[in-house]
Design a protein. Sequence first.
Length: 312
Amino acid sequence: MSSIIFPKTLKKGAKIAIVSPAGSVQESQLEAGLQLIEDHGYEPILGKNLYTEFRHGYNYAGTEKQRIADMNWALNDTEISAVWASRGGYGCQHLLRHLKLSGFRKNPKWFIGYSDNTVIQSFFLKNKFPSIHAQSIKTASFGVTYESYEQVFDILKGKLPKYKVESHEFNKTGKVEGSLVGGNLALVYALLGTSYNFNFKDKILFIEEVGEKYYALDRMLISLDLAGVFKQIKGLIIGGMTNMGDEKENLNYEQSFDEFAYKIISERIAKYDFPTLFGFPNGHILDNRPLIIGGNVKLKVAEKSTVEFLWS
């Protein structure tokens, strides 16, 4: 999409701001991720409230005012070349009405995160800026794959990803090209009917989820259907579905791609004929490969499926 404004590639020594827009995080949980940034020749700059805690029905990384201040500093400071979320959790919606882009528009930069950060990524896309739906800093301490971080750094250096994906019985074959929207399904669902909602018209939608009961997954899918989302999109990519249902009853609880969750999704979209790819490695899983929200993507669903990002 020519209207999307891509950030410049990062040079060695570039400064990457680390912020906590949602849940609180401990210093020990970020050590591995910060080390990765340094190992790649960049300088992590810590937000003032990165390790702040504020308990108010949830353990936030500071008050709304503190988290807003950190985000606006990171987005608009001329010395910062990228912004990387420490984690998700809950709280990013608090920030949406208060994010400032005056300096950002003059110096666009990548924002990296996933999960609750989906709503911030929708905000960026509303303003014609892409973002990277990928590992947070915290997840580096959880045994995630090396490639899932390496490919983020590839994007920062200007190399767009191309993926090959194993076939799945629920796939719907076809080829389509379009702008990618979406992220965590609960947050895509939470934005429906708001001014921060994704524009789904002729887009390729990506969804992933974690820790939801099956009925809650079904409810979110029905809401998307009732809102006309599935009538508008050109293609669908489904990523990780893990820790779904009841832990005691679900034998696949720890699996990255829960088969019953996939069955529910397949049933809910059965009446639509857009190309659909199941099993993409992105989400709350160890092998969480980066996707570019707002990026132009060529989706081919076949015996050997591919997801390829393009500059235009």
